[in-house]
Design a protein around this ligand. Sequence first.
Ligand code: XMP
Length: 510
Amino acid sequence: TVVVLDFGGQYNQLIARRVRECNVYCEIYSYKTDIEKIKAMQPKGIIFTGGPNSCYTADAPTYTKEIFELGVPVLGICYGAQLMMHLLGGKVEKAPVREYGKIEVNVDTASRLFTDVSPKTICWMSHNDYISKQAPGFEICGWTNDCPVAAVQNVEKGLYALQFHPEVLHTKEGRKMLSNFVYNICGCSGDWKIDSFVEESIKNIREKVGNGKVLCALSGGVDSSVAAVLLSKAVGNQLTCVFVDHGLLRKNEGDEVEAVFGPEGPYNLNFIRVNAQERFYEKLKGVEEPERKRKIIGEEFIRVFEEEAKKIGAVDFLVQGTIYPDVVESGVGGESTVIKSHHNVGGLPDCVDFKEIIEPLRNLFKDEVRKAGLELGIPDYLVYRQPFPGPGLGIRIIGDITPEKVKMVQDADAIWREEIANAGWDKKVNQYFAALTNMRSVGVMGDERTYDYAVALRAVTTTDFMTAEFAEIPWEIIGKTTSRIVNEVKNVNRVLYDCTGKPPATIEFE
Ligand code: XMP
């Protein structure tokens, strides 16, 4: 294991990702974590992250110097580098010239950190403070004109510090530097792979669950699907999955989920599909306000789930599809501030009678969850499914929801997805769907006047879904989709393309 000690920087998850890309297991811990806990993990290496503070101020995050005496290699990055120098007797102060952006750094290729790195290499700098003097026992192995100490090392003690950010892709040879650190300096073997994760999880789950009963809420999304399959491989029909069809799923989605997880599918689990469409439509009747709709859907979901759970009786474990970014974002793992407060319909009741929660994907990133899914034999279309909000089509129908409108948006959306996929654009955009605007307008069909709804097509590119750009889908694809929608979907006579980014819009319409 490599431990990443988080000092609040914005790239901290990236560091963990890069280490895992070297097939080395890695976890993020807050700088507030007790050193005894770190020691107990027997890490092969420790990485100090960047952070927004100045290490010489009184209330800046810090760590005990003892960490440098464990005989475990430490790599400090940006703030982490400055803190290491500060703690060990070097000098850090406000830089006369603030460096920001891609900067050419001279490195000493004899350093084990820079094996196979070019002597002049482009690195990403972003700092106000700089190391004006390295700590005793350290030698400089990287420098620029404005930053005389861009990299330092104490080979004997295995301590390394970089002023720049090797984890971001702007640092051209940053991956090489990090792999040099974990392989050459920490001596990691790089044998952590997703198949060993799968095997080990199955073993651990079996031990933990014993003969117990397990309950899982299945949404058909990637995370809950992978969690369910993992559990079913471990404990078979001791697992019951409850799938609530709230009538706001995409076209055929309910049946697709049932085909995979139901009795006809390959897994030996108890699958319960609750067809609660009518209940949801009834509750949502006439409700127009977006937040109110979201709330109703969320609450009703929990109620339906509870009723099913009661029928099953007491269970021992409840499965949740929490993944690593959820853990870190909610402030549990690391120091980064809470970014997202989207509620997920998967977020479950504490009133169901169970003893313990199992979160088998708690330590995985999204792409690792997908890899685990493939390893477990889950079909591609489920594994690579685009994100779909918990409230479903409920927030893609502006205004009040009726079964007729649901059908319209389902059909339009299916056509749009089909055309995007046929044109090979499904790999180039990150999320795409159709929404039903609440606007009706006049049209002409044959010789008849129509007064029908307008559908909006949406497609965005994004890396983190916090910001997004509209995708420049070729007009040809939009044109073909449009004519199919107005021809094939009843009560739609107009199609619009949404060219708004996020911000100022959001990805979803409500
Ligand atoms: P917005 O619309 O806020 O969406 O730009 C950002 C991403 O989050 C998804 N989304 C949700 N996911 N429960 C979810 O699980 C929700 O309530 C929810 N609302 C939005 C949205 O699809 C997009 O990927």
